[in-house]
Design a protein around this ligand. Structure first.
Ligand SMILES: NC(=O)c1ccc[n+]([C@@H]2O[C@H](COP(=O)([O-])OP(=O)(O)OC[C@H]3O[C@@H](n4cnc5c(N)ncnc54)[C@H](OP(=O)(O)O)[C@@H]3O)[C@@H](O)[C@H]2O)c1
Length: 272
């Protein structure tokens, strides 16, 4: 496993995404992932699976200090006291004393950012989280957040895959020493039938998903692909034994556009 270092955090470059994984199958896939070498698990309050993620962690038998667990505070808990209370509730569900990374899931313009960031930093001071960060922050919001946050922000978790050009926000993250955590990194499964990725994959004896994930980690992005299938766990982590050439990297970069989003954000807040 490789690690990405950002503002004091050491983040395993591949994590297991858990959105839409529920119940016993969620606990089982988390357990299997860790047994296969995953060390980073990404959950969120709004996924309603923190309890099962915690079960999977414990069932894996791997020591807590070898694991990197991230969860996200939902936008309805951004007022300072709500944030602290809901972070503690997440820890109760996960049955952990702290998470490694606590994120603001989406920006919420109805609560002053300075207050939410103060509360997030306070959660860190209380020992509820080792590191803090944000998700779905635009360049302007990220600049504002970095200026306002009493605690260093270690990542911005954003949708990022070959169909979506994220150059601007990636540059902003680099400027602040903040890691990009790429969500929906295999475009919600769409890349499996991509002709360009398949052709590059033939050269390396790799699948389109592996080419896609390699392209991301080779840019020093953290990736959190989600699968419900045990056989795909190994596939998605098998990206450290080969490298893409500069030409191959450039070819995949050319696939990206500004309107390549995959997610319809059914649960995302609508602000206007
Ligand atoms: N911060 C945010 O707002 C936000 C938003 C969205 C997602 N996320 C996080 O990012 C994680 C990943 O994103 P995502 O779940 O949207 O999408 P994703 O990881 O890009 O894609 C998941 C889909 O791809 C399929 N898949 C997995 N491995 C594959 C492979 N090797 N070949 C072909 N298909 C494969 C899965 O199906 P099978 O289950 O059948 O394998 C599933 O349908 C989430 O689970 C969540 O933790 C965060």
């Amino acid at each position: 496993m490789q690690f990405i270092e950002a503002n004091g955090a050491r983040i395993p470059a591949i994590g297991l995404g858990t959105w839409e994984l529920r119940g016993r199958s969620c606990a089982r896939i988390v357990e299997q992932a860790i047994k296969l070498g995953y060390r980073h698990i990404d959950t969120a309050q709004v996924y309603e699976n923190e309890r099962e993620v915690g079960e999977g962690l414990r069932a894996s038998g791997v020591r807590r200090d070898e694991l990197f667990i991230a969860t996200k505070i939902w936008t309805t808990h951004f007022a300072p006291h709500d944030l602290e209370r809901s972070a503690k509730e997440s820890l109760v569900r996960l049955r952990l004393s702290e998470v490694d990374l606590l994120l603001l899931h989406w920006p919420n313009p109805h609560v002053p950012l300075v207050e939410t960031l103060g509360a997030l930093a306070h959660a860190k001071t209380l020992g509820l989280a080792r590191h803090v960060g944000v998700s779905n922050f635009t360049v302007a919001l990220l600049d504002e957040a970095v200026a306002l946050s009493p605690a260093p922000l270690v990542c911005n978790q954003i949708e990022y895959h070959p169909y979506l050009d994220q150059t601007k926000v990636r540059k902003a993250c680099a400027r602040h020493g903040i890691a990009v955590v790429a969500y929906s990194p295999i475009a919600r499964g769409k890349i499996k039938s991509d002709a360009t990725l398949a052709r590059i994959g033939q050269v390396h004896g790799k699948t389109p998903a592996q080419i896609c994930l390699r392209w991301l980690v080779q840019q020093d992005a953290v990736v959190i692909p989600r699968t419900s299938r045990v056989e795909r766990l190994s596939e998605n982590i098998g990206v450290f034994d080969f490298a893409l050439s500069d030409d191959e990297m450039a070819e995949v970069f050319r696939m990206g556009g500004a309107d390549g989003r995959m997610t319809n954000y059914a649960f995302a807040p609508k602000w206007d």
